[in-house]
Design a protein around this ligand. Structure first.
Ligand SMILES: Nc1ncnc2c1ncn2[C@@H]1O[C@H](COP(=O)(O)OP(=O)(O)OP(=O)(O)O)[C@@H](O)[C@H]1O
Length: 320
């Protein structure tokens, strides 16, 4: 395997922290740098978007662990760097939550900055599923149909309380009219022999969760070691329901005629006319044809004591 860094340039530490100084409220840099020095970990600070991927790609072949210090977007960049270095098997990912939403960190039981250092130092390790969208990796979710403008307008408080539903809520409240998406979504057969299915129609949003479920409630974490993605299609026809005063969280939590849920190891999403903007853990990807897969239990992560692979043993709302 080829490495970007010459063998002579061995790292100072076998754990490298990739720090995004502009994530979240941006007041975490001094604390993180001090903690890293106390623990003897190396810190690489990003200067622009894309640096976290580059730093992780270069460091991964030489180290045991690369930690993302930031929010979900930084985790996504770091994981993609490790994938590009072809170093998934030998690299653990740590997460220090200094972002705005920190959904992934919450899902894996990381409670704060100091806790993250303790977990990275000697906490549990688990291997979780890794989502792939047209060969780009994602850990939490892939979302189509929620506009980038809506994302940037959403307040941090709403984002923290509702996660991705905050964007949906914001879009519904601010948009004068909705551009529905004429989509065809094909979900593949489950490993246990369930047959494949296709859905075709006008969608408002398509939400695909690996470590994320779109109920907006306590069980917002999906089963992340089952080799499956949880797909939620919100049909255009759901708009009157969504605008009719129904609590968004409640609507997503129960069955609805216009909300389709599937669990599948892979799927394709096709737009009949033009490219759609998808958000992979908050990082944008524009394409007409999206292929989504799971690389089962491919990503080793440092998890907190509160992490549960399967948050609800009952399986809940999803059909295969
Ligand atoms: N030094 C930098 N300057 C500008 N942008 C950066 C820098 N480093 C990283 N980025 C970009 O910042 C973006 C946001 O980062 P991130 O998602 O980690 O934080 P957040 O949006 O505050 O948190 P969350 O996604 O959890 O709500 C990412 O797209 C990343 O590429």
């Amino acid at each position: 395997m080829q490495s970007d860094s010459p063998a002579a340039e061995r790292r100072e530490s076998d754990r490298v922290f990739v720090l995004n100084p502009v994530s979240g409220s941006q007041d975490h840099v001094d604390d993180v740098v001090k903690l890293a020095a106390d623990y003897g970990f190396e810190v690489l600070t990003t200067e622009e978007s894309g640096d976290a991927t580059r730093f992780a790609r270069r460091a991964a072949p030489d180290v045991d662990l690369v930690a993302a210090v930031g929010g979900d977007g930084t985790v996504n960049e770091v994981v993609n760097g490790i994938v590009e270095a072809d170093a998934l098997e030998s690299t653990t990912v740590g997460v220090v939550p200094t972002g705005t939403g920190n959904n992934f960190a919450t899902n894996i039981g990381i409670e704060g900055i100091e806790h993250a250092f303790e977990v990275i130092d000697d906490g549990r390790r688990r291997t979780i599923d890794l989502g792939l969208a047209n060969d780009c990796a994602f850990v939490n979710s892939c979302i189509g149909g929620v506009t980038a403008e809506a994302s940037s307008d959403t307040s941090s408080e709403t984002k923290r309380d509702l996660g991705v539903l905050a964007y949906v809520k914001n879009t519904l409240e601010s948009a004068q009219e909705f551009d529905s998406l004429p989509l065809r979504v094909e979900t593949a057969a489950e490993p246990d022999g369930e047959f494949e299915r296709a859905w075709e129609g006008e969608a408002l949003f398509v939400l695909v969760g690996n470590c994320r479920r779109f109920t907006g409630s306590r069980t917002a974490q999906a089963h992340v070691e089952d080799g499956l993605l949880e797909v939620t299609i919100v049909e255009d026809a759901a708009i009157p329901d969504l605008l009719g005063g129904a609590f968004l969280e409640g609507l997503f939590a129960r069955d609805s005629t216009h909300i389709i849920r599937r669990r599948t190891p892979s799927l394709t999403i096709e737009h009949r006319e033009h490219a759609v903007e998808y958000s992979l853990d908050g990082e944008m990807l524009e394409t007409e044809h999206l292929e989504l897969d799971v690389n089962p239990t491919a990503l080793e992560i440092a998890v907190g004591e509160g992490y549960q692979p399967n948050p609800d043993e009952e399986g809940g709302l999803f059909e295969s």
